[in-house]
Design a protein around this ligand. Sequence first.
Ligand code: GDP
Ligand code: GDP
Length: 436
Amino acid sequence: MLPVVALVGRPNVGKSTLFNVLTRSRDALVADMPGVTRDRHYGVCRSGERPFVVVDTGGLSGVEDALDVLTARQVRLAIDEAQIIVFVVDARDGLLPQDHVILGELRRSGKPIIAAVNKTDGLDLATAMAEFSVFGIHATLPLSAAHNRGTDDLIATVLPLLPPEESDALDEGESGSIRVAIVGRPNAGKSTLINRLLGEDRLIVSDVAGTTRDPIRVPLERDGKRYTLIDTAGVRRKARVEEALEKFSVIKTLQSMAAAQVVVVLIDARENLADQDLTLIGAAMDEGRALVIAVNKWDGMDAYQRDQCQRALERRLVFVDWAKTVFISALHGSGLRELMRAVVRAHAAATRELGSSELTKALEKAYESYQPPLVRGHAPKLRFAHPGGSNPPTIVIHGSRTKHIAPAYRRYLEGFFRKRFKLEGTPIRIDFRDGE
Ligand code: GDP
Ligand code: GDP
């Protein structure tokens, strides 16, 4: 399971700058809950040897406020969910009373705390750090998030503090099954879909399992295929309204994507395609997962509405035109066979074994029909290719001057390989290597 690191500190100390550097994110996943004013941002840091979820808890304000906000449920939750806390302070402001208040609260959590002293750029380090050496917490590190200095040290300090990695050993019966995560915004219909797939009697079982904190794994057999559903929704009966809101967890969503082989992003046909839907799709792609887009609540839409919805999807989902879109009604159970067929196909594509000679042949063909543009009079050369792993299919290409290959040419190659090897439903990674 992906471990979780929370960034906490006063406003303006540089938490979101640090968050962006760590997650290299274009767009963070935001907890989308009505009534939540301070957004929490979530992303995955992949710069170190082991990926982890980063949560930017948003700002904690002044002295009195700091206590208020700290007792606010969402910041508590973030700290609760985290295994490690990075306490961000501002070297230019020095150590303020508010920092002490926040630190006191953090200490009460009993979790390892690392202090990141930010904005040390242009300052004398020894002087800047002296003031913060009183902390007596796990480690105090200088940082300049804005200049991406000190972040490698921070990651190197975080990693050994993480709980040991669980072995990849699958639960009994899981091998040979396709691991599927069903994700989506609150009310997209995840619970309805999972219950529909499982059938009523299984609900009881998962109800009990729903008390655990980790995403739940539920076996499913359908049309002779075996799956393991990785549930983020909590297949719990919604006893109360608050529970419905609370059960949505971005962290669980990220964790279940990481644990899955295929991600089904569930979209509500009756809502406009939201930025968060696109962000979820982006997060699945970043994770390298095979992807199926399921448009739910297709029942009761008239021809005009369906047409409008389909057009909007076509327009906004061009960047994942390789992913299959299926239209379903979780409530009535329609489209589910097509959905699971798309899951099986995406999984097959994602795990397809490709050989070096067929890859090299394809590369030669692609290179012949369209060569990368010259860089200062020299063309990047691409010589041969070999497989570099699956799920997602990774293609290693050896050549020269590959640093100069533009994103557009990379996309051209991806498209070429995708078509040639019918890699529908999965992202493709291309690794360029020079020399050799
Ligand atoms: P947050 O409120 O804690 O999330 O803080 P932000 O990340 O929004 O940063 C607040 C301000 O500090 C912005 O103007 C940033 O550009 C600036 N800032 C962040 N990190 C650094 C840094 O390492 N050095 C300097 N000089 N400024 C920084
Ligand atoms: P979750 O938050 O993603 O788990 O969403 P739920 O499964 O709890 O569904 C949210 C609401 O949408 C509930 O009222 C469901 O009955 C309704 N719903 C789910 N799927 C469908 C569907 O296919 N059609 C219609 N009309 N309503 C649906």
